[in-house]
Ligand binder design. Structure first.
Ligand code: AMP
Length: 127
């Protein structure tokens, strides 16, 4: 069920539990600002999620409320993960779903990184 991206942060969301080490994940990368792990239900050959360590519901919340250091650290981490996985030369896609129309299901900001294959059209065709 898609979430309402204007809701307050919920410390019981599944990515908060992953960050606290309460449930397992396949870690890809970690630094002071971000944690990256494999998506449990991959939509491409490579499908990684990058989450900020801070408590942010969505890209909207993060872009409005995070510090410049958090934003800089997180953006650099997303780029680093793509480089680490060798995705720059073949190319890749990144995506952050926000709220109901975006199809966001987990209320902790996450950037999807897709790669390892041609990724097709940007979004589902209209009609
Ligand atoms: P979104 O629809 O943008 O909120 O994406 C949520 C993503 O989280 C989906 O691609 C799920 O497959 C993924 N996901 C949900 N639970 C887990 C989990 N425990 N470990 C890794 N990925 C997960």
């Amino acid at each position: 069920m898609p979430i309402d991206a204007t809701q307050p942060y919920d410390d019981n969301n599944i990515f908060a539990k992953i960050l606290r080490g309460e449930i397992p994940s396949n870690k890809v990368y970690e630094d002071d600002w971000a944690y990256a792990f494999e998506d449990i239900n991959p939509q491409a050959e490579i499908h990684i999620l990058v989450v900020p360590k801070g408590r942010y519901v969505s890209w909207d919340d993060f872009s409005a409320a995070a510090s410049d250091a958090e934003i800089g650290g997180f953006v650099r981490a997303v780029g680093e993960v793509a480089r680490m996985k060798g995705l720059v030369e073949p190319g890749y896609r990144m995506m952050a779903n926000v709220g109901a129309h975006g199809g966001q299901e987990v209320p902790h900001l996450h950037v999807h990184i897709f790669g390892g294959q041609p990724l097709g059209p940007m979004i589902a065709r209209r009609g």
